[in-house]
Design a protein around this ligand. Structure first.
Ligand SMILES: Nc1ncnc2c1ncn2[C@@H]1O[C@H](COP(=O)(O)OP(=O)(O)OP(=O)(O)O)[C@@H](O)[C@H]1O
Length: 344
């Protein structure tokens, strides 16, 4: 059983009498729902973190939703990053997108890692050994740069290698806290990295953010049919859950040789499958990012590939994707500095 590290008080932030947010709502040993229902004691569900998704819980308004909405009111754009299958580069894409947006110092970017059982964002962004701090106004994200903050369960683990073996209610409780108790501040973009598939994390983030104005989801896939198959399910989930699909990104689409920068289509038969699927499903295709071994190395060393190789085909692909994404979100193309970089 992993006991999470309670965030320590930050010395440079003045402390107000308000108590620091409690880390995770306790998981009930035994759900008293059904019996309480029969006995007419519905208040037995009070405090249960699973209330919103539990079939037996009384369906009243969740008192935390207004608090989440108040926090999220200072976040201009919220984007979910989804994938049907694991390992297709969802976290890699999230971190590259965050670095790209944060190129412009005036753009404030947050990354919320809700891949509770497999958090990889902190490693990829070079902050895996950091801890979070709490102040009177909530938990402070870990800052990769002045305008780029990250929140992840990884920052709360006593040991890097501890496994998180949690059922849905505990995961939901922590996700709720990431939205409600983190001092995100004024953000232009909050990127939410999710685990693969359609599970508790996806249901809870969607229900907690309802009414907070989520722009939509970017779905990441690789060209292979096994990944594309799962993307169909992911898109079906988005449609059923009322999440706008901003577009599909095909990652590892072709291979770029780091020596000569020549491109080979190693998945010959399926390269372009992401675009074909997008057309078939009536969804925007945002673009491709090629397989480039330097991306893997940058992720392993927690460095920004975007900053290290701005002229690479992968960064060009990413910039195209950002242009498409901004278009889907109804934003002008030049605010994130990407256009300016192009011209220089
Ligand atoms: N375009 C790319 N070129 C080279 N390596 C890549 C590329 N995209 C991702 N990778 C590498 O693939 C591995 C898996 O990527 P990542 O962890 O981002 O996938 P994921 O979809 O988030 O996985 P999971 O959902 O299981 O956490 C990482 O080692 C990453 O560095």
């Amino acid at each position: 059983m992993v006991t999470l590290k309670i965030p320590v008080a930050s010395e440079d932030v003045p402390q107000a009498p308000r108590a620091a947010p409690k880390l995770v709502a306790p998981e009930p040993e035994h759900c008293p729902g059904p019996e309480s229902q029969q006995a007419g004691k519905m208040d037995a569900c009070a405090g249960c973190p699973n209330q919103q998704i539990c079939a037996t819980a009384p369906k009243g308004p969740d008192p935390d939703i207004p608090l989440i909405q108040a926090r999220m009111a200072t976040v201009e754009h919220k984007i979910l990053i989804l994938s049907g299958k694991g390992g297709v580069g969802k976290s890699t894409f999230t971190s590259m997108l965050a670095y790209a947006f944060a190129q412009s110092p005036a753009t404030q970017v947050g990354v919320c890692d809700i891949d509770i059982c497999g958090p990889s964002i902190p490693r990829m962004m070079g902050v895996e050994n950091e801890s979070i701090h709490s102040s009177s106004s909530g938990w402070s994200p870990v800052y990769v740069a002045d305008n780029l903050g990250v929140m992840s369960i990884q920052f709360m683990l006593p040991n890097q290698d501890d496994a998180i073996i949690w059922r849905g209610p505990k995961k939901n409780g922590l996700i709720k806290q990431f939205l409600k108790d983190v001092e995100w501040g004024d953000l232009d973009f909050l990127l939410i990295d999710t685990p693969p598939g359609t599970s508790d994390e996806h249901l809870s983030i969607n229900s907690y953010l309802k009414g907070s104005g989520v722009d939509g989801a970017v779905v990441v896939t690789t060209p292979q049919e096994v990944s594309l198959l799962d993307v169909r399910k992911e898109i079906d989930f988005c449609r059923k859950a009322g999440i706008k699909v901003l577009g599909i990104v095909e990652n590892m689409s072709g291979f770029v040789c780091p020596n000569c920068e020549g491109e080979s289509q190693i998945f010959h038969a399926t390269t372009g499958g992401g675009r074909a699927l997008a057309t078939e499903m009536g969804i925007p295709f945002l673009g491709t990012v090629p397989l480039d071994p330097r991306i893997g190395i940058a992720c392993d060393y927690g460095e920004s590939f975007f900053d290290a190789y701005p002229e690479s085909p992968a960064c060009e692909g990413l910039m195209n994707i950002i242009r498409g994404l901004r278009g889907q979100m109804g934003l002008p193309p030049s605010q994130d500095g990407v256009e300016e970089m192009d011209e220089s």
